[in-house]
Design a binder for this molecule. Structure first.
Ligand code: ADP
Length: 333
């Protein structure tokens, strides 16, 4: 498994689809965000208008797509799904926007990756439900205004900091999704285990939760690997099976995966605890800086292994301890 929290296969996508909670009430955790969304949707329903545009921000696998589906479902509106990388030109966006039915929810995943020209078109669309379509070239070019049906944009991003301010400002509400607590992941797993018809011991579920990087998608994925192990070995899904399966897949006691460990090893061993700049770090582990910053680091920071300083990333005392290393230069930890 890559720890990136992205779906890896058709089978996983199908499993995720089946697992997705349909309502805010079924959505585990994220108390604050749920309350905020509830109020926003209810107010819109009472006044019979389309809900404000909503931005969902947070690392992969925390439930952004699921929430977009719930928003559409709870407000009884159809949902159109697309993604930033699919919108390479303003024309791609114009085609989507002009075909929306009144009140539709438009979900744009990875909205920070949309083409710049499309972003500008989106400003006007979000504000006035209108776009200007350019026809012709050079001196004869004119723009034709086109009215759109009112819609609710739900944008998802792993990097809200990457969004230009004019775009960010046009969302009525930004929901920041947090990593999940272990007891919340256990709830997610109970549901997934039922779907897999897998009888998992309670303490085995607790163990999986503790190694899931605070991420429901990863919890569900690890559960499937435990299922595989139980099937092949003919063992039950107890604590021993969990430990053996997770060891096989290189998931350590803190839930760190290969990339997490590679990043920590570079900071600890190659740079003696840091500080290390983001780009140096990215090159050293052969990943994109964006992935390091939006996927790997948030979790390492949250569990207290890494801190971000103006001079770069620095390993904490617990990081040295977790990896069984000691700093070479006095005071480096
Ligand atoms: P994102 O869009 O943020 O990458 P998804 O919405 O695709 O994440 O969620 C990934 C998987 O985790 C899905 O299978 C989803 O059902 C599950 N999941 C995410 N959040 C929750 C939650 N709060 N409760 C239950 N399942 C969740």
């Amino acid at each position: 498994a890559t720890g990136l929290g992205l779906p890896e296969s058709e089978a996983e996508l199908a499993f995720e689809g089946a697992l997705r909670p349909q309502s805010l009430a079924e959505f585990v955790g994220q108390e604050k965000v749920r309350g905020q969304l509830q109020l926003l949707l209810q107010a819109a329903a009472m006044q019979n208008r389309t809900p404000d545009h909503i931005l969902l921000a947070g690392p992969p696998g925390l439930g952004k797509t699921t929430l977009a589906m719930i928003i559409a479902h709870e407000s009884g509106r159809p949902l159109r799904m697309t993604s930033g990388p699919a919108i390479q030109h303003a024309g791609d966006l114009a085609a989507v926007l002009s075909s929306l039915v009144p009140g539709e929810v438009l979900f744009i995943d990875e909205i920070h990756r949309m083409a710049r020209s499309a972003e500008e078109m989106l400003y006007l669309a979000m504000e006035d439900f209108r776009i200007d379509i350019m026809v012709g070239k050079g001196a004869g070019a004119t723009s034709i205004p086109l009215d759109l049906s009112p819609f609710t944009l739900v944008g998802a991003t792993t990097r809200s900091g990457m969004l230009p301010n004019p775009l960010r400002d046009r969302f009525g509400f930004t929901a920041h999704l947090e990593f999940y607590e272990n007891h919340e992941l256990e709830q997610v797993l109970v549901r997934a285990a039922a779907l897999l018809e897998l009888n998992v011991e309670r303490r085995a579920l607790a163990e999986i939760s503790g190694r899931s990087r605070g991420t429901p998608r990863i919890a569900n994925r690890l559960l499937r690997r435990v299922r595989d192990y139980a099937v092949v070995k003919g063992s039950g899904a107890g604590l021993d099976a969990v430990n053996a399966a997770l060891e096989l897949y290189d998931v350590d006691a803190l839930g760190l995966d290969r990339l997490d460990r590679a990043v920590m090893q570079v900071v600890l061993s190659r740079f003696d605890g840091g500080p290390v700049g983001l780009n140096t770090l990215a090159v050293s582990v052969g990943e994109e800086a964006e992935t390091i910053e939006s996927v790997v680091e948030p979790f390492l920071v949250r569990i207290g292994l890494l801190t971000r300083t103006p001079r770069g990333r620095v390993a904490t005392r617990s990081a040295w301890k977790h990896f069984g290393l000691t700093p070479e230069t006095p005071g480096a930890a």
